[in-house]
Structures are given as structure tokens and as C-alpha cells.
Design a protein around this ligand. Structure first.
Ligand code: ADP
Ligand code: MG
Length: 339
């Protein structure tokens, strides 16, 4: 064994990137969440080769002031929280200050950004965590990131990437979830020059569902509205007859965040049990608001996991909400059940 040494920041960022950035879709997730946090009303994501050679994401949010730009790429630098206490009432999707430093460590980044107060925009380039240059540029208000050659300097990671087609489909799924989680924001997704998704941002969740899943699903939905003991649930429940063969159609968002959680999935599935055939999974799009004290989002760097302070309580409320929604239309167990 050699001498014990503190690692340099570029190496630290490269190692940390492994936790946040797994594939092109993780880059898009982090940058789109930043755009949402920046108050954008329109977000355009464009990828080439599954996002491996290029990811371009443009928003019309608040922009980053010139003097702040280099800081944004420092590890643990964030404008969103000041202390751990802020996490309880977190209103933003980001808070760890890790995404930009991680992405910059493992790709070639070009950022063009302008705030409403500035006359000129800023162009900043950073390769493998090392600043290349910063200069004035003409730009509209908002922020555009170009991420080139993801993992060009981490061959081990690059080897684990799947085909461009598979990577693109991961990005596509993510774009769908983003659009469903924020109907008030227009999302466009362009894959190799072809527009794959373009939502209006008119605020109607049903319009987004129609756009993404088509008419058959959109015309077989029950509206869900529920509020009880610190939990509010709104959205749509698919009628049992449109249940699917896998869990991919269980979309739920907790405090604006797409998450996967066993308790919530189980509550939804259990509530559907009386109505659906075995081995079928429900179609749902549910937005849940849970008071800050009841949920911990700081479980993992990717922020896909959350913990509830009272799991049984969450299970009961979600079950109740779905059960009520399904009974609202006096649905008798579907005839398919007896077949
Ligand atoms: P976090 O989102 O956890 O704060 P990030 O590394 O993702 O950390 O971003 C660092 C900071 O850069 C953010 O806190 C924000 O101030 C700024 N930022 C990043 N992306 C954007 C954007 N699209 N528009 C405006 N500001 C941004
Ligand atoms: Mg972020």
C-alpha cells in the first residue's frame, strides 16, 4: 500500500459522478430538474446517438449570472438550500449540489446562459472537470447545456452503456414522466432530429396522458381527488380494463418528484385487487403531496428513493384514495374476472 493522500477534486468528482450519473438518461434527469427548479415553462431535450455523443437541453428559466457560473460547477454548490433544516420544507427537486460537478467530470460541457438582468449571455466550457474558457455571447434568457462524449474519460463506464437505441428509450421514458409530473411545463424531446414528444404545457394532466398514451387510455380514466391527514392525492386512475402486464404504467409523483416506492406501489395494487385480473398492473398517474415532515427525500444521490416517517399511514391513505376513486363510478368487478 502507498502513502495515504487526499484525492484531488477532479478525481473526487469523477468518483462521485458514479452515484449520480449512470447513463444519458441520468444526465437529462438532472439537467431537466434544474430547468424545472429554474422556473422554466418550456424545456427542449435533444439527443444524438442515444445521448452518448450529444445531449442538448434548453430552458427558458431564470438563467445563471455570469459571476455565478464557475461556482455552479463546484461540488456541493447549490442555490437551493443553506442548511439541513431547509430540507424539511424543500420546494425544489435539487438540493445536493452534485449534478453539474458530476456531469462536468465525465463529459465535455458547454453552457450558454443569460439572466433577465444581463445584456449579454455567458458561454462556459468545461472538459473532464477542467475549465476551458468563459466568454460573452448573444443568448436568450434561460439556459442551454450541451453535453458531449459522455464518459469519454471513464472507459469502464462507457463500456456499460447499452446501444444508442436502448439509451434513447430510457431518455424517452424519462421525458414521459417529466411531462406527466409537470403538465404546466411544455416538454419537447427530439431524438436524432425527430420530434418524439411535444406537450403543450397548458396545465392539463389529461391532455398530457392523451398525448403520451393515446386515446384508448385517455378515454378510460377515473379522476382521483383525495385529501386526508396531511396527504393530498390528485390525478387519474385507469379503469381496470386497461390494466397492463407490467408495472411501467404505475406513475406516481411525490411532491413533484418521480419516485419508486414499495409501500405506495403495494397500496395502489392492493386497492385494484378486487377489480383487476391477477398478474395485471394498474394504469395510474397520481400526484401526491405529503407534508415535508412526513417524507425524507435525502436517501440516495439519485433521489429516486424516499422514506416515509409513517409507512402504515401512507399505505392506508393511498389505499383509501385509490379504493374510493375506483368505487366512485359504481364499478362492479369487471366481467373479465370470471372468465
Ligand atoms: P442542485 O440542483 O442540487 O442545486 P446542481 O449541481 O444541479 O445542484 O446545480 C448547481 C446550481 O446551478 C443550482 O443550484 C442552480 O443555482 C444552478 N443551475 C443549474 N442549472 C440551472 C438552470 N438550468 N437554470 C438556472 N440555474 C441553474
Ligand atoms: Mg440539480
Amino acid at each position: 500500500m502507498g502513502k495515504i493522500q487526499v484525492l484531488d477534486t477532479v478525481t473526487i468528482d469523477k468518483i462521485a459522478a458514479g452515484e449520480v450519473i449512470e447513463r444519458p438518461a441520468s444526465v437529462v434527469k438532472e439537467l431537466a430538474e434544474n430547468a424545472i427548479d429554474a422556473g422554466a415553462t418550456a424545456i427542449v431535450v435533444e439527443i444524438q446517438d442515444g445521448g452518448i455523443s450529444l445531449i442538448r437541453i434548453a430552458d427558458n428559466g431564470c438563467g445563471i449570472a455570469r459571476e455565478e457560473v464557475p461556482n455552479a460547477f463546484l461540488r456541493h454548490s447549490t442555490s437551493k438550500i443553506r442548511s439541513v433544516e431547509d430540507l424539511v420544507h424543500i420546494g425544489s427537486l435539487g438540493f445536493r449540489g452534485e449534478a453539474l460537478s458530476s456531469i462536468a467530470a465525465v463529459s465535455q460541457v458547454e453552457l450558454i446562459t443569460k439572466t433577465g438582468e444581463q445584456t449579454f449571455g455567458t458561454r462556459y466550457r468545461i472538459d473532464g472537470g477542467r475549465k476551458v474558457d468563459i466568454e460573452d455571447t448573444g443568448a436568450r434568457d434561460g439556459t442551454t447545456f450541451l453535453i458531449r462524449q459522455l464518459f469519454y474519460n471513464v472507459p469502464a463506464r462507457r463500456k456499460f452503456l447499452k446501444t444508442p437505441m436502448t439509451e434513447a428509450s430510457h431518455v424517452g421514458d424519462l421525458m414521459t414522466r417529466l411531462a406527466l409530473s409537470h403538465p404546466e411545463i411544455s416538454f419537447q424531446f427530439i431524438n436524432n432530429g425527430q420530434s418524439k414528444l411535444h406537450t403543450s404545457g397548458n396545465g392539463s394532466l389529461k391532455d398530457v396522458i392523451y398525448h403520451v398514451y393515446g386515446r384508448e387510455i385517455a378515454s378510460n380514466l377515473l379522476r382521483s381527488e383525495f385529501s386526508s391527514q396531511g396527504i393530498r392525492i390528485t390525478g387519474f386512475l385507469g379503469k381496470p380494463l386497461i390494466s397492463r402486464g407490467n408495472r411501467n404504467f404505475e406513475n406516481y409523483f411525490i411532491n413533484g418528484r418521480y419516485v419508486k416506492n414499495q409501500i405506495v406501489s403495494k397500496a395502489i395494487e392492493d386497492a385494484y385487487k378486487d377489480f383487476s385480473m391477477q398478474h395485471k398492473y394498474p394504469f395510474v398517474v397520481l400526484h401526491m403531496e405529503i407534508d415535508g415532515e412526513g417524507v425524507d427525500v435525502n436517501v440516495h444521490p439519485a433521489k429516486m428513493e424516499i422514506r416515509f416517517h409513517n409507512q402504515q399511514e401512507v399505505y392506508n391513505r393511498v389505499y383509501e384514495a385509490v379504493n374510493k376513486g375506483l368505487h366512485a363510478e359504481e364499478l362492479i368487478p369487471h366481467v373479465e374476472l370470471d372468465a
